[in-house]
Design a protein around this ligand. Structure first.
Ligand SMILES: Cc1ncc(COP(=O)(O)O)c(C=O)c1O
Length: 437
């Protein structure tokens, strides 16, 4: 498709014009490699930039479009809702908001039964932290190393990475402390590591008697850190022993991403507070939720409510998304596709692939220069691989505790032949880049 093919749209601009104007008018606090892509259309797993180049989207619009971009059922539900009521503020209510709340309570862990609506993941975590502190009347929060919880100040204070925390410009809340995360590929312990790692969790919590809650993602999105069943079983026992609430951040792991509707189901976790966002509204607007039990809900005072918390259009889209996940059997497909993707990448047996980690379609590959030393692959080489993949029409991001993890998280509807296409391309790219170093 040529640039002129977009002349019929309401705002036709060439690729270069889009990039120039974006640069001129839009603040980007951080630019990922080969970003931004000037996207003019998106369908299922494929996004198209101005000028017609297509990309297989292994970022799902930043881990949002779980049933694929612009799924017809989601689009239809949002369009229909827009014709009656779109925004009434978090102070009032509407059919889709009530129906979505009811649906979420039905499909969430049974320990939560009420929904507070927000507009994003960060905002949901802000409220979750306030609710826990108010309920327990204690200030401290235990959060996991390498956890990611959002960029607003309260959520940021709970993030594991200094790279994010240092952006605040002010001292962040000092009453969040960190406990070890089970990053087993680089475990610092020699013997029975899970016991040692969890002993450290317990010892750290024991030193903080004013702790209201433990905040954690069931599976960490940065670097795809997947705890074992045993790790979560004991971590949950420890937080109960010290009488801490469990706040589960399912912002990214929710809505089928890990091959279950919520990742809590993998571990049988019953959180006191659970947050979700990202995929929740099927990519229509932005919607976040905090799920709590009656007791926590009862005493919660927020002063006022977020203006657009629970907007009716996103809620209608969210209901359609949940229906679609079930009707089209997408969650089971995601679990199978994740296993298929994992095995295909392991089978490459590439010397630079140190570890392949997937739970459903949350995960990717950790790149090393040597499997023996596990030395992270050099940034320049990672950059060349990224560029070559981009050139070949693959939209991927680099992240992870050491920045050497290619996140491979397409919409959950990805087809086997699309995974095969990625794996073949990745293989060719790795061989080619290796000849240049
Ligand atoms: C686990 C997790 N928590 C919280 C957030 C913050 O969500 P938002 O960007 O919607 O504020 C993210 C976003 O990447 C996330 O992955």
């Amino acid at each position: 498709m040529s640039d002129s093919a977009h002349k019929g749209t309401s705002n036709p601009m060439s690729r270069d014009e889009m990039l120039a104007k974006d640069k001129k008018y839009i603040v980007r606090p951080w630019n990922g490699r080969n970003e931004p892509v000037p996207i003019v259309s998106a369908k299922d797993c494929v996004v198209t930039e101005a000028g017609g180049k297509e990309y297989l989207d292994f970022t799902s619009g930043y881990f949002v479009n779980n049933v694929g971009h612009t799924h017809p059922k989601v689009v239809a539900a949002a369009t229909k809702q827009m014709q009656s009521v779109s925004q009434v503020s978090g102070r009032h209510t509407s059919y889709p908001v009530i129906n979505l709340a009811e649906k979420l309570v039905q499909i969430s862990p049974k320990s939560v039964n009420k929904v507070f609506f927000t507009t994003s993941g960060s905002e949901s975590n802000e409220f979750a932290l306030k609710m826990a502190r108010q309920y327990k009347n204690k200030p401290d929060i235990a959060a996991l190393d390498n956890g990611f919880h959002g960029l607003s100040l309260g959520a940021l204070a709970a993030c594991g990475s200094e790279k994010y925390r240092d952006t605040a410009g002010v001292p962040l809340a000092s009453n969040v402390y960190r406990v070890p995360t089970p990053y087993c590929y680089r475990c610092p312990h020699v013997n029975d590591c899970e016991t040692q790692c969890l002993d450290e969790v317990e010892q750290t919590i024991e030193k903080h008697p004013n702790t209201a809650a433990m905040l954690a993602e069931p599976v960490q999105s940065v670097g795809g850190i997947i705890p074992s069943d045993r790790w979560w079983k004991r971590a949950d026992e420890i937080r109960q022993k010290y009488n801490l609430l469990l706040i589960l951040d399912e912002i990214q792991t929710g809505m089928g991403r890990t091959g279950k509707l919520f990742a809590a189901e993998h571990y049988g976790l019953e959180p006191d507070i659970m947050t979700s966002a990202k995929g929740l509204s099927g990519g229509v607007g932005s919607l976040g939720v905090v799920l709590v039990n009656d007791k926590i809900a009862e005493g919660f005072f927020g002063g006022t409510t977020p203006t657009s918390g629970g907007n009716a259009i996103s809620a209608a889209a969210g209901l359609a998304l949940i229906e679609t996940l079930y009707e089209e059997n997408i969650i089971d497909h995601c679990a199978q596709a994740g296993r298929y993707f994992h095995d295909a990448l392991v089978d490459l047996n590439d010397p630079w692939i140190g570890d392949v980690r997937f739970l459903g379609l949350l995960g990717g590959v950790e790149m090393v220069s040597s499997k023996e030393t596990k030395e992270p692959l050099a940034k320049a080489i990672l950059g060349s691989i990224h560029d070559a993949l981009h050139e070949q029409g693959m939209l991927v991001t680099l992240s992870g505790p050491l920045g050497n993890f290619f996140r491979l998280q397409p919409p959950l509807t990805i087809k086997t032949n699309q995974i095969d296409h990625f794996v073949t391309t990745f293989n060719t790219v790795l061989q080619r880049v290796r000849t240049t170093v």
